[in-house]
Design a protein around this ligand. Structure first.
Ligand code: HEC
Length: 113
């Protein structure tokens, strides 16, 4: 009996760990990511919703708009930020800076998205 249940328990624990990881960006404190964004992105993007008016560079979408786009996900942001984008210097982020940035951007999206 115990032998049959054991693998099942392990499978459940793994599934739970995967779920917890998926939820991580939503639970992360957005403040550190906002600081990075203000340092590295504010020259072109509106970083905080409504605070600075339109993006300093009109072709760069405000982050709130980016967050609201249906195509924006944690994964799409990570991929995008690892690839160079038009008119943007190639910024290198550590894993944890990347997590912070993505958490901040995702925190701007409506909860029902
Ligand atoms: C020198 C100007 C500049 C800087 C600095 C800059 N961006 Fe951008 N960004 C742009 C422009 C212009 C676009 C629109 C063109 C494009 O999508 O390539 C854009 C688009 C984006 C998009 C939208 C992608 C999409 O799916 O449409 C994201 C996300 C983004 N930037 C994130 C960032 C982040 C995060 C930073 C700071 C770490 C940053 N950008 C810094 C100019 C900049």
């Amino acid at each position: 009996m115990v032998r049959r249940i054991f693998p099942l328990l392990i499978a459940m624990a793994c599934a739970q760990a995967a779920l917890a990881q998926q939820a991580s960006a939503q639970q992360r404190d957005p403040a550190p990511g906002r600081r990075i964004a203000e340092r590295d992105c504010a020259a072109c993007h509106e970083v905080r919703p409504g605070e600075t008016g339109p993006s300093p560079r009109p072709s760069a979408p405000p982050f709130q708009l980016v967050a609201r786009m249906p195509s924006t996900t944690e994964l799409s942001l990570r991929v995008f930020l690892r690839t160079s984008h038009a008119g943007m210097p190639n910024l290198q982020f550590s894993e944890s800076e990347m997590d912070d940035l993505v958490a901040y951007l995702m925190s701007l999206s409506p909860p029902d998205k």
